[in-house]
Design a protein around this ligand. Structure first.
Ligand code: FAD
Ligand code: NAP
Length: 312
């Protein structure tokens, strides 16, 4: 029986593993279906993690030392995909793809979220090289420069507002003439003089070269193309929360979730099920940052240690 099964090896899962194993738990396994590191390993750089300020290092370089540190304190890693979790009596069963079942006293779920892609030409090629899904992460790279935002929901307009305080101009491209965002959010964007709303339009193509994105082609419903030069592109067309491990065979969630599929936790990262914790991008109100996901992982692991001590 594991003391703790950690599902997901991004910043939240790795930090949970570090705190749990260094905090005295003997038998902690992190199940990560790929290489540990999470979403940030797809980024060419990170400059908002305190204490790490090295433009020569990628997100992958940044995360490599995290796993080494965790494994040095005894965290075990299994490169396996978890397909489900169930509570049977006081303990949990963790079902692994391929049929194995592992028992655990506690579980920390940290499977993250995945920003949706919009599907325009060049999006995948330039993702992380000028096409971004994170204004907090990458907005500063466009200080006093124009940027384009794709999407018409609350996230797109809130992030456009955030970017408008950093960038010279923000061009919001939306495929319809009505916005999905809440009216006050739309009003605020309309009032900001450097936000320009471009409706009934889509990104036809993102342009670039070896240095990354150099501009975008915007196509309106009449097929007319406008080219914007020297702009980064932020895509906010929704997120998929990686919450399938929390669904039972009938498709019902085993713990309380909100209507956006995010896990409801308290400030101790406790879910509505005793012994089950969740951390990082998949929880309610997540700021979707490495530093906060990592903080969540630490909180969850400290709670796991306290919970196991209470059970003894
Ligand atoms: P994730 O990083 O999503 O990790 C979840 C892990 O769980 C993944 O490794 C996944 O493989 C694994 N997993 C999922 N399902 C299963 C399963 N069923 N079984 C086993 N494993 C599973 N943040 C910043 O602070 N600064 C930045 O500059 C920054 N830049 C970014 C750039 C890009 C391109 C992207 C995409 C994100 C960026 N972020 C940045 C956001 C940051 O990466 C995330 O907020 C953070 O990684 C969330 O950590 P997490 O551990 O919650 O989830
Ligand atoms: P969302 O509401 O699903 O909006 C996604 C937007 O992207 C929509 O405008 C959609 O256009 C557009 N879109 C989707 N696929 C596209 C594609 N392939 N190409 C071009 N455009 C595309 O997502 P969200 O903005 O991330 O919000 C998710 C949920 O969180 C919502 O319920 C939202 O209200 C909530 N939220 C709330 C707050 C807040 O309360 N402060 C903040 C952020 C988010 P269409 O409109 O045409 O479908």
């Amino acid at each position: 029986m594991l003391d703790c099964a950690i599902i997901g090896g991004g910043p939240a899962g790795l930090t949970a593993g570090l705190y749990a194993s260094r905090g005295g738990l003997q038998n902690v396994t992190m199940f990560e279906m790929g290489m540990p590191g999470g979403q940030i390993t797809g980024s060419s750089e990170i400059e908002n993690y305190p204490g790490f300020f090295d433009h020569t290092k990628s997100g992958m370089d940044f995360m490599n030392t995290w796993q080494e540190q965790c494994f040095a304190f005894g965290l075990k890693h299994e490169m396996k995909k978890v397909i489900g979790i169930a509570k049977t009596g006081k303990h949990f069963t963790v079902s692994i793809e391929g049929g194995d079942i592992v028992e655990a006293m506690t579980v920390i779920v940290a499977t993250g979220s995945t920003p949706k892609r919009a599907g325009f030409a060049g999006e995948d090629e330039y993702f992380g090289k000028g096409v971004s899904t994170c204004a907090t992460c990458d907005g500063f790279f466009y200080k006093n420069k124009p940027v384009t935002v794709l999407g018409g929901g609350d996230t797109a307009l809130e992030e456009a507002f955030y970017l408008s305080n950093i960038c010279s101009d923000v061009y919001v491209v939306h495929r319809r003439d009505e916005f999905r965002a809440a009216p006050p959010t739309l009003d605020r964007a309309n009032r900001k003089e450097n936000i320009h709303l471009i409706t009934d339009s889509v990104i036809d193509e993102v342009l670039g070269d070896a240095m990354g994105v150099s501009g975008v082609k915007i196509k309106n419903k009449n097929g007319e193309i406008t080219e914007l030069d020297n702009t980064g592109l932020f895509v906010f067309v929704g997120h998929d929360v990686n919450n399938s491990v929390l669904q039972d065979s009938d498709g019902n969630f085993i713990c309380d979730m909100n209507d956006r599929g995010q896990v409801i936790v308290d400030l101790s990262m406790r879910t509505s099920v005793e012994g089950l914790f969740s951390a990082g991008d998949m929880r309610i109100e997540a700021p979707k940052q490495v530093v906060s996901a990592s903080g969540d992982g630490a909180v969850a692991a400290l709670q796991v240690i306290a919970y196991i001590q209470e059970q003894a």
